[in-house]
Ligand binder design. Structure first.
Ligand code: ADP
Ligand code: ZN
Length: 721
């Protein structure tokens, strides 16, 4: 090749043509550095015909500067990038940035300088330094990262380095990871488990696209069984990726993986430090990271030799990215397996209706583990009718649940109370004038977080101290909390059982993998009697001594009523129930509700999962919504409401017509303001045979709007706010 077309990592630029100097070797997929005006940019050599752009004349071409010392992106990955951009109406640049997500890995030196405390104490202690000595014991990272961890400026860290209180450590960014051993500690599988494992192993050996839905009740050994597929891929010399929905789940997973394979897998998530990121990225690209566990962002990495993807807890909606490229990692994982021809396993105890539907159509192979492993049984689930057994005034735990908590405490066993609401109370108002505290940037209430004495907006992160007086009427000490959050349940538990040791588990208390590990250790060591948690505690964890689960309010999930509200409630309650009685001791589950007859609750109480799925699938079918029809949301936002409104109207006014295509709106979004931007929405509803993305792309490409207006298309949306 003596000339190339580059895909650039900046959507505004489009592809550009360059000359290849005589002494330089490039191929499709090569990652190169090229001049752009006075700057340099990174680009990927792409098939020129893919872009519908005129060729630049040869005499105008500037030469490429350098081919980076990383493997070229393979053709299959380039096709996946193209497919993702096309399907989700995203820019190629934005998708490719997810692949090249570590600039440190592409360039930069082989060693990174990190710093750590020497152990010597300073003569002069400042509040800033105190924070450092408080928070950075045992930590080692770059100046920037340390400053962030300690919440101080870079200067404070540098000052400590200059004073000799911190020392430099040179880290080799490419030191290899230990290799997992497929035969380190294989389990003795039950017959049912063995059958499923054999099917998976065979699929891995065949080395062809084969999507599986692994549907097994909580505690049936799904992880244990899919580890057999992982082992087989490792034996074949292939790389494996396990996608997890939540960083908080990583730590217990790492331990389990290590117990089975002798060494933990390579981790990939947004919280990685620069050196770890570079090391992981390069090891992945060079095939040296054999087993990778990660959040959804690990899906687009340039694996050298990927042979298996597992999507664990595949029903989780956090696989859907809600900003930037709005893709669903579960679905793109299947596409990646298809492009690169290997098996993919979606594992869940409560599969998404979409996944079940694919299995019913025969597109996915269904593998089932219908009962718990060993002697463990599924817990018995009872509804507590709150209209019959109301809690005391201003309290939230009903007498039958209190009794069960008491019994569990007496037996020395553990309980879990689930309420999917962070903070103390979802709404705070003034007793005198009724003023409600609202976020200045969002259409949302400020949520009281009593543990840190703040009001916080859960949408934009805005915080304020609780005011001493009402800003509306000036009345002092007038605030009343309305409704419960986990912190308030924590207070109630403390009053009911002053001697019990309780732990509140939310993203506010578990913000890092280390915190999650500490929590797991505390529960395992019996240092916690009652866990009070949000959705964070519903999945993954395996605590043998946990025998009671109480769902504080089963009805909140059904409020608001979007497309998946019933499904999500069902999944959440089934998952949290699944934490009870996972070992020898049987578990009990109490679900507090005001409508025990609701189909979701009824199916759960009767243990009749199929009844719920069949009814829910039928109603989706009837409404022609996913998986039987297609949806896309168009969200128009601007800091200026008039501008957003006008753009929304212009888009709505030029809506195309086609058979089987319905377009609703524009209407103000339920979350009419978010982070200071006014929002309007349109909803596109299409039959399965309609080429929805193509229609939307052509429709929007004919329109113009001010630069300050953002128009985002959300294909297969999960959020309807
Ligand atoms: P799931 O992922 O379906 O919830 P897990 O794989 O976590 O189930 O298994 C539940 C518990 O049972 C775990 O503690 C696991 O180690 C144990 N277990 C499952 N299968 C086996 C087996 N074949 N041998 C030993 N322990 C097993
Ligand atoms: Zn806000």
């Amino acid at each position: 090749m003596n000339r190339v077309r580059l895909l650039l990592l900046n959507a505004a630029l489009g592809p550009l043509d360059y000359k290849v100097p005589d002494n330089m070797q490039v191929e499709y997929g090569s990652i190169v550095v090229a001049p752009l005006g006075p700057r340099e940019i990174i680009g990927i050599v792409w098939e020129p015909d893919f872009f519908d752009v005129e060729e630049a004349p040869a005499e105008k071409l500037r030469p490429i500067r350098e081919v980076l010392d990383v493997p070229p992106l393979e053709a299959e990955l380039r096709r996946l990038i193209e497919w993702t951009a096309d399907y989700y109406l995203a820019s190629m640049a934005a998708v490719t940035r997810m692949t090249l997500s570590s600039s440190a890995a592409l360039r930069g030196s082989l060693t990174i300088t990190e710093y750590r405390l020497t152990g010597e104490m300073p003569k002069r202690m400042t509040p800033q330094r105190e924070k450092v000595f408080d928070r950075l014991q045992g930590e080692q990272a770059t100046v920037r990262e340390l400053a962030e961890m300690a919440d101080v400026s870079d200067g404070v860290i540098r000052g400590l380095v200059n004073a000799g209180l911190m020392e430099a450590v040179s880290v080799n960014a490419d030191r290899p990871y230990p290799l997992p051993d497929p035969d380190f500690a294989p389990p003795q599988l039950s017959d049912t488990q063995e059958n499923v494992a054999t099917t998976m192993r065979t699929a891995v050996q065949e080395d062809d696209f084969r999507p599986f839905l692994l549907d097994g009740v909580t505690g049936s050994g799904k992880t244990e069984v899919y580890f057999e597929a992982v082992a087989e891929a490792l034996r074949q010399g292939k790389q494996v990726l396990v996608l997890l929905p939540e960083i908080a789940l990583t730590q217990p997973f790492l331990k389990r993986f290590e117990a089975r394979f002798g060494t933990p897998p390579v981790c990939w998530h947004s919280g990685l430090k620069q050196a770890e990121r570079r090391r992981a990225w390069r090891a992945i690209a060079k095939g040296r990271a054999r087993a990778v566990v990660g959040a959804r962002s690990s899906l687009f990495l340039p694996y050298e030799n990927l042979g298996l993807i597992i999507v664990d807890e595949a029903h989780e909606t956090s696989f859907k990215q809600e900003d930037g490229v709005r893709y669903n990692a579960r679905d793109v994982a299947v596409m990646r397996a298809q492009f690169e021809k290997f098996p993919v396993i979606l594992a869940s105890a409560t599969p998404a209706i979409e996944s079940r539907h694919m299995a019913q159509l025969g597109r996915y192979e269904l593998l089932e583990l219908p009962s718990r492993f060993g002697d463990a049984t599924l817990p018995e689930l009872k509804a507590i009718d709150l209209t019959e057994h109301p809690p005391e005034r201003g309290k939230w735990i009903a007498p039958p649940l209190i009794e069960a908590l008491e019994e569990t405490l007496e037996k020395g066993e553990q309980s879990l109370l689930f309420l999917n609401r962070r903070g103390f109370a979802p709404l705070t108002l003034c007793r005198t004038c009724g003023h409600r505290f609202q976020c200045p940037n969002c259409t949302a209430w400020m949520v009281e977080h009593r543990l840190v004495a703040r009001l916080a907006c859960h949408h934009c992160g805005h915080v304020m101290p609780p005011p001493e007086a009402c800003p509306e009427c000036g009345e002092a000490d007038c605030l009343v909390a309305c409704g419960p959050g986990v912190e308030r349940i924590g207070d109630e538990v403390a009053t009911l059982f002053p001697d019990a040791r309780a732990a509140i588990i939310t993203s506010d208390t578990i913000w890092s993998p280390e915190k999650a590990a500490q929590f797991v250790a505390d529960v395992e060591n019996g240092a916690v009697d009652i866990i009070i948690g949000t959705q964070l505690v519903t999945k993954g964890y395996h605590f043998p001594n946990l025998t009671l689960v109480g769902v504080v309010d089963a009805d909140i999930g059904l409020e608001g009523g979007d497309l998946r509200a019933a499904e999500r409630s069902f999944q959440q309650i089934a998952q949290v129930s699944g934490r009870a009685g996972r070992a020898e001791k049987p578990g009990r589950v109490f679900v507090q509700t005001r409508s025990p007859g609701a189909p979701v609750i009824d199916a759960l109480v009767k243990g009749d999962r199929e009844a719920f799925y069949i009814a829910e699938t039928e109603s989706r079918h009837h409404a022609g919504v996913p998986p039987f029809g297609r949806l896309a949301a168009i969200i128009i936002s601007s800091e200026d409401n008039q501008e957003a409104l006008e753009t929304a109207r212009a888009i709505g006014g030029s809506a195309p017509t086609a058979d089987g295509l319905y377009i609703y709106g524009p209407a103000p979004a339920p979350l009419a303001m978010l982070r200071g931007r006014h929002r309007h929405r349109l909803l596109v509803h299409a039959g399965r045979s309609v080429e929805m993305q193509k229609i939307i792309r052509e429709w929007l490409s004919k329109l113009d709007w001010p630069r300050s207006v953002r128009v985002a298309v959300d294909v297969d949306p999960y959020s309807f706010v």
